[in-house]
Design a protein around this ligand. Structure first.
Ligand SMILES: C[S@@+](CC[C@H](N)C(=O)[O-])C[C@H]1O[C@@H](n2cnc3c(N)ncnc32)[C@H](O)[C@@H]1O
Ligand code: SF4
Length: 359
């Protein structure tokens, strides 16, 4: 579920969102949009002989879903009721450290919320400002304290490759040490993706700096017991995000909310992806052919530590990947190393070239 509202629009953010304006009834319009979307979704499922299964993961992202507040919890419960959610479902919400309240958390907990993803980004006050965040370091630390005390399962978002990191000597180890004091079980590590109009486009660190930063964080977290189980994700054993694993394993995932993207695996060789439009409760549908599916599954498998089963004839290419430290062979699978995760796009290019030569 994509909830597209934010208190402040951070200048680096890639996601679809609108500024929350208390003088407007944006959430009422959103509720109407969702009600109409649920109907449209039922039609889409019927047209493809698809039915709701009992949901075993629920994920609210955004935007800032925590801004939906207590009203959001009762509205969302009405949406979930006819669908059905498993008793031990993983139910996650993204929360900006400056945008939550105990009553809002309670209301969502009552309807099943049991995991929180926190938009920490950095634990350095100067870099928080550079990143155009409106929450303070104290907001993050206070939120972490509350979550730790109340024994919540939470994940932190952490950004790398941020402007002025080299010039201002960002002390990533100090930030990680502070973060680890709060015993997170899961960390998402994103490399800042800067658009050409990003105000700090001239102040971005170079690729070599970002590579060193990424490999340092990966090593450091591994030393502290985390498993680098996907390009951008680390978890203590047993705390891997179940919801995201569904995307990476190409399992069916339903979506609602503007720009929300869902996926139906129709049969072994056929899938459908749909994306909600932002201005009407309508979807854009894309059918994935056998070939597109196979390519996508290769890419998704290589993203995770489960790895990929390479086809016969690719032994030479796989050997070159392992020799360069990009991959490790384990039984019949190839698993990328942290360096390999960083190089994923160019490894995919290697695969395309190899496939083209084979024909
Ligand atoms: C959609 S945001 C939702 C979280 C919440 N609104 C917040 O900011 O605290 C999810 C995460 O995406 C990441 N993100 C947003 N824009 C990005 C960009 N341009 N490059 C890399 N990561 C980005 C941020 O780390 C953010 O926490
Ligand atoms: S609060 Fe989160 S979703 Fe909203 S603009 Fe900032 S990073 Fe993007």
């Amino acid at each position: 579920m994509h909830v597209p509202f934010c208190k402040h629009l951070c200048n680096y953010c890639d996601f679809y969102k609108r500024k929350l304006d208390s003088s407007q009834n944006q959430f009422e319009d959103f509720h109407q949009f969702l009600s109409a979307s649920v109907k449209r979704h039922e039609d889409l499922m019927k047209a493809h002989n698809f039915e709701w299964g009992v949901l075993d993961t629920v994920y609210l992202g955004g935007g800032t879903p925590s801004l939906w507040g207590e009203k959001g919890a009762s509205f969302f419960q009405k949406i979930l009721e006819p669908i059905g959610v498993s008793k031990d479902a993983e139910f996650t919400m993204e929360i900006d450290p400056g945008t939550w309240s105990p009553t809002m958390l309670d209301a969502w907990k009552k309807i099943g919320l049991n995991r929180i993803s926190i938009g920490t980004q950095t634990l350095d006050p100067d870099f928080l400002k550079i990143m155009d965040r409106v929450h303070s370091l104290d907001d993050s630390l206070h939120f972490l304290e509350v979550l730790q005390k109340e024994n919540w399962n939470y994940s932190l978002d952490f950004l790398l490759g941020i402007p002025f990191s080299r010039e201002k000597k960002r002390d990533i180890k100090k930030e990680l040490d502070l973060l680890l004091k709060y015993s997170p079980k899961h960390i998402s590590l994103y490399i800042l993706n800067a658009r050409s109009k990003y105000p700090h486009i001239q102040d971005m660190p170079d690729d070599e700096f970002i590579r060193d930063e990424y490999l340092f964080v990966s090593d450091y977290l591994k030393k502290h017991g985390f498993h680098h189980y996907e390009v951008s994700n680390f978890a203590l054993p047993g705390f891997e995000a179940r919801h995201n694993q569904k995307y990476w394993r190409a399992e069916s995932v339903a979506a609602l909310g503007p720009t929300g993207t869902g996926y139906f695996q129709l049969n072994k060789n056929e899938a459908l992806r749909y994306k909600w439009k932002v201005s009407e409760a309508e979807v854009e549908v894309e059918h994935l052919s056998d070939k597109e599916l196979s390519l996508e599954q290769t890419y998704l498998s290589l993203r995770t530590s489960e790895g990929w089963i390479p086809p016969k004839g690719s032994e030479c290419l796989m050997k070159s990947w392992t020799q360069q430290g990009y991959a490790e062979a384990q039984n019949e699978r190839v698993k990328l190393t942290s360096l390999g995760f960083l190089m994923l796009d160019s490894l995919m290019d290697d695969l395309f070239r190899w496939e083209a030569q084979r024909k």
